[in-house]
Design a protein around this ligand. Structure first.
Ligand code: RAM
Length: 492
């Protein structure tokens, strides 16, 4: 652990804003077996409390209540007993409590929810339960949100939901999801930070999070962790993802672009270089990155059976591309070295990974699997120029022959690739149809994973454990706000 960076991260602990939600409830007399559902009116993250008292005569035994917390309406019908997913069941938000004495009761954990169900499991007599309150918390300073006029109502709603998603993930760090895993992941951070520059401007929080990653020791191959635990003690995450480590570089570059904070860049520059130098060591004799380690894999997307080599090479080029821009701006003496790597990496990609006859990225390294991910990341890596890039995107994104992205995280990069290739209108149509569908379903926040044709989809074997407010889904606010003044109504 690097104490210097850890101290820098710890110093920037953000202020937490509270907003008390008083929850209306028609009923206040509760007897054995009663069950109610409270609706907070929106998705919030925070602490729940209520007041319990006797009704007519003294309650002479403890009152047993069961609480469950749900992030959206559909989940209300879930039966936790049937959970069979791969992640620990304890992530499902519930409490069973025994109340001995009348008075105010505060439930012990922080919850992420819109709906709360309460069931009276056991009570000897009728009790009065009232004053349901939800103390919602976030480190987002909502006054920083620029007020903009978004003429299109669907985009206006998508933007609201996206900002709400980001706000609820902003706690002491940028969390991935306030229900689960409630921690700092690099891939998520990159997208949260990007969205933050156009919305809640939490630059200090971005810096703090970058320092947390810098504080985690690089692994034996030279890569920063893909996630870290930050509270109450700092621990490095133990599942390293190669593309996430490369996104550290990207997050640093974005940070400089939006803040100009040269001091932080100087502190983090060598770690960035190490990510790229360690990646360079993974280039094979044809100049393509591969990941030979068993204890470190690329992530790319939660998409079953996905072959990731081409996409990974794209992430490597994408990081190099951003990094050379940064180096040039700060006049770093290694600029030419990384430019050389970038050019070489692009030439090799075209030669080794592109199938000229088919006109798409298709190759033996990925077992000739057709997937959207490869096309998108190669375009983001700058391997194709705009005309060709457009063709590749249009022939893959809408085709059933290609494995398609499953997470809003990967969908972000699809949109980024469309915009990079000049397909502005298409990108915004895509946002409208993908994120807009979640909005139509009544989402207050955007989900961890979403496939309209497969509502039960979960990377963990059971939808109940999915996070329905997930950081990496917040980027429509970035796209909408960045391009609000122009482009998306234009024809291609
Ligand atoms: C999950 C979380 C997190 C993501 C990783 C790869 O545990 O959804 O957001 O970054 O996977």
């Amino acid at each position: 652990m690097n104490e210097f960076f850890l101290e820098k991260a710890n110093k920037e602990k953000p202020f937490i804003f509270h907003k008390m939600i008083k929850v209306k409830c028609e009923k206040n007399l509760f007897s054995q077996g009663d069950k109610i559902t409270l609706d907070l009116g929106n998705h919030y993250v925070g602490y729940f409390s209520f007041v319990i008292c006797r009704h007519d005569i003294y309650i002479d035994a403890p009152v047993e209540l069961e609480f469950k917390f749900f992030e959206n309406k559909r989940d209300l019908y879930d039966n936790f007993e049937n959970y069979h997913g791969s992640l620990c069941k304890s992530w499902l938000q519930r409490e069973n409590i025994f109340i001995d004495n009348p008075g105010k009761v505060c439930l012990p954990r922080r919850y992420a929810c819109r709906y709360i169900t309460i069931e009276v499991k056991n009570t000897p007599r009728t009790a009065v339960i009232s004053d349901f309150s939800f103390d919602s918390v976030s480190s987002a300073d909502i006054l920083k949100l620029p007020r903009i006029d978004i003429p299109d109502n669907t985009f206006k709603r998508i933007d609201e939901i996206a900002v709400n998603t980001l706000k609820n993930c902003m706690q002491f760090v940028f969390e991935d999801g306030p229900k689960r895993d409630r921690r700092l992941w690099l891939g998520d951070l990159r997208l949260e930070a990007l969205t933050s520059y156009y919305t809640l401007r939490a630059d200090n929080l971005v810096r703090r999070c970058l320092y947390f990653f810098a504080a985690g020791d690089t692994n034996k191959y030279g890569f920063v962790p893909s996630f870290v635990y930050t509270y109450p003690n700092f621990f490095r995450g133990e599942w390293d993802l190669l593309d996430y480590s490369l996104l550290f570089v990207v997050t640093v570059c974005d940070y400089f672009e939006h803040t100009g904070d040269i001091e932080t860049i100087k502190n983090l520059l060598n770690i960035c270089k190490l990510q790229l130098d360690s990646s360079e060591k993974l280039l094979d004799d044809k100049g393509i990155i591969s990941c030979p380690y068993t204890d470190m894999t690329p992530f790319i997307d939660w998409c079953e059976g996905l072959e990731k080599n081409t996409a990974l090479h794209g992430v490597y080029l994408y990081a190099l591309d951003k990094f050379t821009v940064l180096l040039e701006k700060i006049n770093d003496s290694d600029t030419e070295k990384y430019k050389g790597l970038l050019n070489h990496g692009r030439i090799c990609a075209r030669k080794e990974l592109f199938d000229e006859k088919e006109g798409i990225f298709l190759n033996s390294r990925d077992n000739f699997q057709k997937n959207v991910h490869s096309q998108v990341w190669m375009i983001l890596g700058g391997v194709l120029e705009a005309d060709e890039a457009q063709k590749v995107l249009l022939s893959s994104i809408y085709s059933d022959d290609f494995l398609s992205p499953k997470t809003p995280y990967m969908q972000h990069y699809v949109c980024e690739a469309m915009i990079k290739s000049g397909l502005y209108k298409k990108a915004f149509d895509y946002i409208r149809s993908f994120w807009g569908k979640m909005a139509d379903e009544g989402a207050d926040t955007f989900y961890e994973i979403y496939s309209p044709d497969d509502p039960e989809l979960s990377p963990y074997g059971d939808r109940m454990i999915n996070s329905m407010c997930h950081a990496w889904s917040c980027t429509p606010a970035y796209f909408i706000r960045k391009y609000n003044e122009h482009k998306y109504f234009h024809e291609n």
